[in-house]
Structures are given as C-alpha cells and as structure tokens.
Design a protein around this ligand. Sequence first.
Ligand code: 5GP
Length: 219
Amino acid sequence: MSSDGDHPRPWETQRRGMMLLVSSPAGAGKTSLSRRLVADHGDLMLSISCTTRAPRPGEEEGREYFFIDRDTFKARIDAGEFLEWAEVNGNLYGTPKAPVMAALEGGHDVLFDIDWQGAAQVQAKAPDDSVKVFILPPSWSDLARRLHARAQDSEEVITKRLILGREEITHWAEYDYVIVNKNFDRAYADLGHIYRAERMKPGRNPWLPDFVKGLGEEE
Ligand code: 5GP
C-alpha cells in the first residue's frame, strides 16, 4: 500500500466495497474478462460459487467452483449460507455469503460471475452496493465458434449451452452496463473503465466529507 508520510491515505482504508455482477451467455468471454480484472486490481476479489455440476477438464476445487452434491447444497440453502442461488441448466449454483460479507466489510470489492437470476437477487438485496454488467457476443455464430474452440464440452452440451445463452441474453436490458465483446482488449478496457468510475461514486467513499472539510485547514 502506498502511503502519505506514515499514514495511509483515507481512500486506501475507508472505502465502501461494492459488488460487480457480471453475466453473459457461456462463450461470450465473461470468465476471461472477470478473472483478468480481478488479477489487475488488488482491491477486487472474485466470489467463488458452489455448484452441483461436475468439474470440467482442467477445473480445480476452490478455484473455479466448490463442487458439492445436491443434498449438501440444499442443506446450505436451509442454513441461509447463500447470498443468492439459482438453478441453471439443471444444476444448482450459489454464492457463499460469508466471504463476500467479510470482503465488503474490509472495504474490498467483489466480482461475481453469475447468471441473470443471481445478479437480480443480489441487486434486489443491496441496490446501492451492486453494479450489473452484461457481456454480449458480437454474433450467434461467434458464440458457437468460441464454445467449440474451447473443446470442453460435447456437441450435445454445446447445443444446450447455446439454447440457454439465448435465454440469458433476453435479460440484457436489466443491466446497468452492456459490453459487446468483439475485441477482447477493448472489452477489457471498457470493463475496467466501468469498474473504476463506479469506485468514484461519492457513496462508495465515506472519507470524502472529512477530506473536503480538511481541505481548508491545510493552508
Ligand atoms: P458454468 O456451468 O458454465 O460454469 O456456469 C453456468 C452459468 O451459471 C453461468 O452463467 C454462470 O455465470 C452461472 N453461475 C455460476 N456461479 C453462479 C452462482 O453462484 N449463482 C448463480 N446464480 N449463477 C452462477
């Protein structure tokens, strides 16, 4: 952390964390964009969801998801452990509440890679603290090409994901921001601009009133 003399600057310690909710159909680049934004911003943490779906090749427990069975998932719903949860394509997905709350209380921001149902639930619970971003593909054929190129799924699963993607896209207008991911670097820059601008909202910076009061005292 950089500091002003011996003291951290107020904006380094007194921020109000926000939730950045990113949705898109599978294959639109949401996961790559999200993970890069988190890697480039020390104050931004990625929320790791629980899911009942099986791991795909290359996925690791605790990195992409916490993989749990349906009974465990349901017990966690009953225990109120999820901030939100939804059924997507026959599998359950949910956001564990405790790590998100801890991050926000510590003044950190949290990025969620979740579907439209989950994003709507979080925004309804915390409208002042959440920002929703939707990533669109440049075309249907591009989406299909990207799903085939990553070669993680069978033809049948890809077809299902494309059908589900069409349904996900019908919710684009419910979002605060929409990015068309035609060019990854440009889409990434746009996502970064949205994130940084949202961080500068007065309500997310409770140190501002005292800072402004103190402006005159320095002369
Ligand atoms: P996938 O199985 O391809 O990793 O994810 C399928 C969909 O579930 C994606 O749209 C993804 O964003 C969404 N998803 C992942 N985690 C969560 C979660 O915790 N809650 C909700 N509501 N959706 C999630």
